[in-house]
Design a binder for this molecule. Structure first.
Ligand SMILES: Cc1cc2nc3c(=O)[nH]c(=O)nc-3n(C[C@H](O)[C@H](O)[C@H](O)COP(=O)(O)OP(=O)(O)OC[C@H]3O[C@@H](n4cnc5c(N)ncnc54)[C@H](O)[C@@H]3O)c2cc1C
Length: 377
């Protein structure tokens, strides 16, 4: 066995994909009967627009290329319609304009993928968007939607059939002695390399590494909902003013502090629970909605109905979805580093720990795995 990958979340799957394509013999070991971590609980947004231009946006775009290869080869549902950020306040419109101006200077190629639209054009393209108070929208072509449940639970069969990756579900991977790993109650292997992609469970394997890593956990609350007419399409994945304070890509905009100050005064509960509202639509027609951000010691196992109310209330400020019927509520957890966009450690020569892509793990997955493997082999 050349490679043992621990965890069949998106980071583990992305490592298995690249390693197997290099002709290596790969085994993925997953504790659950299927992977039930952050990777099947998210929006399914491959979201390069959230990454600052440069190394991180490049990584997100490289990842996007691999995503398209995988979803096309495996026949998974996907939507390349892109994303739309909406502005209903002057400061929000100003941030979008500044973003586009700064981008134009830094990288005209990336700026060419984005387009500032007037209110009328936004409404023409997405009729469900509220017109009242709408200032403008930033349309971007680079975002891709996938169905997280379909891709995370379907990718093992694709990787097995296409690239011969072996999967062992319902088994905990544990290092034992002398480079050996236990990969189930009755099986021990000695892999050439180990890639630890264990997600929010970062305490169990190499606890001393994680104790010093600075990684923290973040809990998010989510919903899925149905429209009365399931064949109705929104047309694009959407975000509004609250999101502009969330992603690093908007960080250099001069009007951002003004926007943040206003939001903190007008919407203190949104700040308290770290809520910003994103909307994606799956191939089934269902809408995925969220989210909130509670960190470290704030995290409790109990979901707060108040958070769901706040998300739905904010959604109603920009989308006309009155007859939306919420069908499912859940929460998810990811690991995050306070300063770094991801965390890599090498506790032993043949072991790489890859973790902490925070809210961008779906976006960065294939690009991050490619980088780690290239630098390690
Ligand atoms: C609600 C929510 C919404 C999000 N939305 C988006 C989005 O739209 N776009 C985006 O880019 N990112 C999004 N993210 C972030 C993204 O989902 C995560 O960054 C990513 O899924 C992390 O992947 P992972 O493989 O590291 O972890 P996980 O998906 O948690 O996978 C880790 C796996 O390892 C297994 N495991 C752990 N230890 C062992 C062991 N010893 N032996 C065997 N198996 C083990 C676990 O069972 C688990 O299945 C979101 C996250 C959440 C929670």
């Amino acid at each position: 066995m050349d490679d043992l990958v621990v965890g069949a979340g998106i980071l583990g799957l992305a490592h298995a994909y690249h390693l197997a394509r290099m002709g290596r013999k790969v085994m993925v070991v997953e504790r659950g009967r299927k992977a039930m971590g952050a990777s099947c609980r998210n929006f399914g947004m491959v979201w390069p627009i959230g990454q600052p231009v440069g190394e991180m946006e490049d990584m997100a775009m490289a990842s996007r290329g691999h995503w398209l290869n995988v979803v096309r080869e495996a026949g998974f549902w996907h939507d390349t319609a892109g994303s739309l950020h909406l502005a209903y306040h002057q400061d929000e419109g100003a941030v979008l304009m500044e973003y586009q101006e700064i981008l134009q200077e830094k990288s005209p190629e990336v700026a060419a993928q984005r387009e500032l639209l007037g209110a009328g054009e936004v409404r023409r393209r997405v009729p469900k968007v509220h017109s009242h108070g709408l200032k403008c929208g930033l349309w971007s072509k680079t975002e891709v939607g996938v169905d997280p449940r379909e891709v995370i639970w379907g990718m093992p069969a694709y990787l097995n059939q296409k690239y011969g990756v072996e999967f062992q579900f319902g088994a905990v991977a544990l290092p034992v002695d002398d480079g050996n790993w236990r990969v189930g109650p009755n099986r021990k292997i000695k892999p050439g390399r180990v890639w630890v992609c264990s997600g929010e469970d970062f305490e169990t394997l190499y606890p001393e590494v994680f104790a010093n890593s600075g990684l923290i956990k973040c809990k998010l609350q989510m919903m899925r909902a149905e429209l009365p007419n399931s064949s109705e399409r929104l047309g694009v994945m959407m975000a509004a003013g609250l999101t502009l304070g969330h992603y690093k890509s908007f960080a250099g905009c001069p009007s951002l502090p003004v926007l943040k100050q206003r939001l903190s005064e007008e919407l203190p509960d949104y700040e308290k629970y770290g809520i910003h509202v994103l909307v994606s639509q799956q191939g089934t027609g269902e809408i995925t909605l969220g989210d909130s951000h509670e960190y470290g010691d704030e995290i409790e196992p109990y979901d707060k109905e108040r958070i769901h109310d706040l998300v739905l209330r904010y959604l109603a400020t920009f989308l006309d979805l009155e007859q939306l019927r919420v069908t499912t509520r859940w929460s998810g957890c990811y690991a995050k580093h306070p300063e770094k966009p991801y965390f890599i450690a090498s506790p032993e020569d043949h072991v790489r720990i890859v973790n902490g892509p925070s809210g961008s793990g779906m976006t960065l997955s294939f690009g991050l795995a490619e980088k780690v493997i290239k630098e390690s082999l």
